[in-house]
Design a protein around this ligand. Sequence first.
Ligand code: PMT
Length: 401
Amino acid sequence: MLSLTNKRILLGVTGGIAAYKCAELVRLFKQANSEVRVAMTNSAQEFITPLTLQALSGNHVFTNLVDVEAEAAMGHIELARWADLILIAPTTADFMTRIVQGKASDIVSALVLASHAPIAIAPAMNQAMWANNVTQKNLDVLNQRGITIFGPAEGEQACGEIGPGRMLEPMELIERCSDLFQKGLLAGKSLIITGGPTREAIDPVRYISNNSSGKMAFALAAEAAEADARVTLISGPVDLQTPPRVKRINVESAEEMFAKVMEFRSEMDIFIGVAAVADYRPKQVAKEKIKKIDEALNLSLIKNPDIISKIAALTKKPFTVGFAAETNSVVANGREKLHKKKLDLLFANNAIDTFNSDTITVTAIDQNSEYQLGPANKSVVARKMIELISAALEKDATENS
Ligand code: PMT
């Protein structure tokens, strides 16, 4: 299994015939759920156009050190900091010399010089150029600097000669890049989290809601992304920044949240319902602002869909994790919800202490056990929750194998 999910790959393309293979390389990185940005030297653009790589990566391609427009969006120093890995493919003999000499004469060499990220190169050149003493000395220097060398492969070359100098094939490069990263606990898993409150409209300016801040859900989303899961966070209205590498979808009402969650029903491995979903909504939403006329106002409420129960009832059921915010008999009520909603795991907490707080104490409840996490910061507890989920998934996999 590849461990490239959420990884930020900066692909530097230099001017060799193998540059055309970068189209496939970018496509494979995207397929492995990496984020890819591309920088090209001038001569690379003779072999493949920036437009092709822009279309495939979904991002602007950097071609110039002094590009006012590109710098305004993301400066080259910011780009160098952004990368988890810089892969130069293909790497020409000339470009190897540029790295050795610490040049910053083009956008790709400048990025290499400015970055603290691990660097890997995939040399591609004529076999005599590869065998040349100068190139081999450069190779020694690059090795000593901790730069990873992928290839080259042996075989027939574009020039008709045979020998070492072919760039490794894109799939092999992808696998070698993946090997450079440690696999997180949830590598390869697709995870949907709901978070925050929902708002149930009464009229155009009023709604029913609750005090959920979204802090617990956002902490979990951040930790799950750290653990290499592909994370989608479906959030009610909250005032929080989206964690890095998390896809966020904003919703308002329970019905909207339900509809969005169901869009992912066939592709989720794990579902975590942290959202404080309103159980009821007004039966009718007034078209105009309701006037203050009578002493009492009666609202008729109807039940919202129970999102997590619908997920737990799917034929292709994901590992389903719920929360229970209780004001009394926290663990007993939590256990009842675990059974009633057919959940695999539930975190029960005291509603009064937890809403909008930075800290949390929860009891993790499954079919056989109870286990307290916290009191601690929500991020610390979120990390432990991810460990518990990962351990439970592993246990399930062993039992079913
Ligand atoms: O957002 P914070 O300020 O950080 O606070 C965190 C929290 C208190 C919101 C969180 O820790 C928590 O307990 N979330 C669940 C709150 C809740 O509404 O619990 P519940 O007992 O009503 O619901 C049980 C489970 O069913 C939950 O997983 C909930 O997401 C889910 N549910 C409930 C109703 C509904 N219509 N659809 C659902 O999916």
